[in-house]
Design a protein around this ligand. Structure first.
Ligand code: URA
Length: 219
């Protein structure tokens, strides 16, 4: 479809959606250089448990900064945070404007979590979360919650929330009497981790960046 017109670092690209590093790759169309975006970098990390969402820890504890290419991309910062004991998709960017929009509480970016919680549990016990459970810092918005298995000792639940308060998912499950044992975030807004291994990062594709920006425009 691109008929050999697009080259990345001199190589013809035949696959639409090919991954491009917007800072270091040179993209040409019909031999002319084109700008993929304003030079901002967007990547996702599969954050492992046990590391802090901070770019610098004065006590030298393991933190996400060691897992992303901070030397190649100065100014990279995480959009929001995951607790030390939570794994999953953590978005990083150098685009301060988009980062702020995604984090602003008036916007409602959906975040999906897979939680292992203390069981047993029946579906009706999740109803307070679907209505909007009360926490000590105010009522939560309604969550989408699916019970995958309610078996003892641990039940498996998938929950989607559109807020980002401190330890929110853990506090929501505590509020209904089923504390979280394990928490993982497979999706953030339109982005999914897919099969990205734990501890690894990858650049977002141009389509993913466009989807992310589109998601903030419709909020
Ligand atoms: N909610 C939590 O409780 N922890 C996280 O890391 C993210 C959401």
């Amino acid at each position: 479809m691109t008929a050999g017109r697009v080259r990345v670092n001199g190589e013809v690209v035949t696959e639409l959606g090919s991954k491009v590093d917007p800072v270091h790759d040179e993209v040409t169309v019909d031999g002319k250089p084109v700008s993929i975006n304003d030079g901002s970098v967007y990547l996702m990390l599969h954050k492992p448990t046990g590391c802090l969402t901070t770019m610098d820890d004065p006590y030298g504890r393991p933190c996400v900064a060691a897992l992303v290419p901070t030397d190649a991309y100065p100014g990279l910062f995480p959009v929001g945070r995951l607790d030390k004991d939570t794994s999953g998709l953590l978005l990083f960017t150098t685009d301060g404007e988009l980062g702020n929009v995604l984090l602003h509480p008036k916007h409602h970016v959906e975040k999906t979590y897979e939680a292992l919680i203390e069981g047993p549990l029946c579906d009706a016990e999740l109803d307070p979360l679907r209505v909007g459970v009360e926490l000590d810092d105010g009522p939560c918005n309604r969550a989408r919650v699916t019970l995958i298995t309610g078996d003892e000792p641990a039940a498996q639940v998938r929950i989607t929330i559109n807020e980002g308060r401190n330890r929110q998912v853990r506090r929501m499950f505590e509020a209904i009497g089923h504390p979280v044992i394990k928490l993982h975030r497979p999706a953030f807004g339109p982005l999914s981790l897919g099969d990205l291994p734990e501890g690894k990062w990858r650049m977002l594709s141009a389509t993913e960046v466009a989807d992310l920006k589109a998601a903030t425009e419709t909020m």
